[in-house]
Write a protein that binds this ligand. Structure first.
Ligand SMILES: [Zn+2]
Length: 344
């Protein structure tokens, strides 16, 4: 069953699917408004049809097409909506799906305060303008803000596209609880860091780990704008490293098996460690702004594509803030904005 040769890949008008195990499929729906593809997992066992991370809000019809085309009976046949975290590419479609499906949406205490105003919440965490104002110094701050006007404030468009939305058809679980889904027993593990509500779903008898955006090929974005936390992220990596996982199912990119899982965890740890080291080397006794530091760390040239460059800057800022808290860097409030200098 774990033999990769049994994996069947299909390319379709709505995207692609891979049958990873007898009862588990990975869908990648086409993203009509951007380039980032999300892994949506479908588990089918007898009357159970569970969907984990159903994708972007503008992909609901594509999900409908996929679930029909694959013979699952469409969205109305879904029995469980499950999530790894609250971000728009994973849980942003929840209210829209609620309008088409009678199945409950899994929720947990960390997302609970936002459910009543779900689309407001999505727009708020995707609006990075307050962060740009707080994190950058002039002249970059004004330049970045100017470039952003007229655009949808960093992806904050849920209200504009879909109006307000409340997620009400829910089933509440505690972190640490086990969710029964068909023959699966999914333990909800604390995987905070990349999102203050991030979980990992762990199936101990199958040894499957749904890790959301905890382990990605690129560094997991950690942004102050979205309430992310580097220390929690490191703790989550440690927690996940102890699991005897045999199948790693990530929110983006390819699933991994066996030894490759430990490599994926090590890669994420190395990404954190090397950014920390680069930042320490880039800091100097002369106060420097965030943008200049990030540029220096990237060898003087912005990274491509631009999304990768933004992740790099956001992660640099997250590391910087922790160094300031720990007394390893000094924040200098300058007329231009926040500047930083190394300590020792
Ligand atoms: Zn994601």
């Amino acid at each position: 069953m774990s033999d990769t040769s049994t994996e069947t890949y299909l390319r379709k008008p709505w995207g692609s699917s891979v049958r990873i195990e007898d009862d588990l499929w990975r869908l990648r729906l086409k993203n009509p408004v951007g380039s980032l593809l999300v892994n949506t997992f479908v588990y089918r066992h007898r009357d159970t049809l569970a969907v984990i991370d159903p994708g972007w809000p503008w992909e609901v019809q594509l999900l409908e097409d996929a679930l029909s085309d694959l013979g699952f009976g469409g969205i109305k046949a879904v029995t469980h909506w499950l999530y790894t975290h609250s971000h728009v590419d994973h849980m942003g479609a929840a209210v829209l799906l609620q309008r088409r499906s009678e199945a409950p949406h899994m929720i947990w205490p960390w997302v609970e305060p936002e459910l009543e105003r779900w689309h407001h919440y999505q727009d708020r965490v995707n609006d990075w303008t307050p962060w740009v104002e707080a994190a950058f110094a002039e002249p970059q701050r004004s330049q970045i803000l100017k470039e952003r006007t007229g655009r949808s404030a960093g992806g904050a468009r849920m209200l504009e596209l879909f109006g307000p939305g409340a997620l009400t058809h829910t089933r509440r679980y505690e972190v640490g609880e086990t969710v029964k889904v068909g023959a699966l027993r999914l333990e909800l593990l604390d995987a905070r860091g990349h999102d203050p509500s991030h979980l990992a779903l762990w199936e101990p008898s199958r040894r499957w780990l749904f890790s959301g955006d905890l382990l990605l090929a690129m560094p997991s974005p950690l942004s102050r704008a979205m309430g992310d936390d580097l220390t929690l992220y490191e703790e989550s990596l440690q927690r996940i490293a102890r699991l005897p996982a045999e199948l790693l199912l990530t929110g983006h990119g390819t699933h991994q098996r066996g030894e490759d899982i430990a490599r994926a965890v090590a890669r994420s740890r190395d990404q954190v460690a090397s950014l920390d080291l680069n930042l320490r080397q880039a800091l100097s006794p002369a106060p420097t702004d965030l943008y200049t530091l990030a540029l220096k760390m990237a060898g003087g040239k912005a990274l491509e594509p631009v999304s990768r460059w933004w992740v790099q800057i956001a992660n640099t800022d997250t590391h910087l803030q922790r160094m300031v808290v720990r007394g390893e860097a000094e924040l200098v409030e300058d007329a231009r904005g926040p500047l930083y200098r190394g300590r020792g």
